[in-house]
Write a new protein. Sequence first.
Length: 89
Amino acid sequence: MGKRENRKFARRETNYPVHVGYGPDLVLVPCTLKDISDRGARLLMPGNGDVPDDFLLFLSESGRAHRRCKVAWRVGDQLGVKFVLPEGE
């Protein structure tokens, strides 16, 4: 019997290169998007202890596609994030 999924929003598996951006100088750190839903994502990011709890996730090289994120959990080289939605969404 498979693992029961309790998430409200279905996650889509991926293995896509993305960047995390943070700080006043917008430090960009490469990482890998492992899965994503409408409300959050799981990132593979070795050394993620230096990444603050709030940051921008850049989904495209141009920077047009991005999400404001808040860290939900950290386990080893992975972290789970919730997307911070604009007011009213």
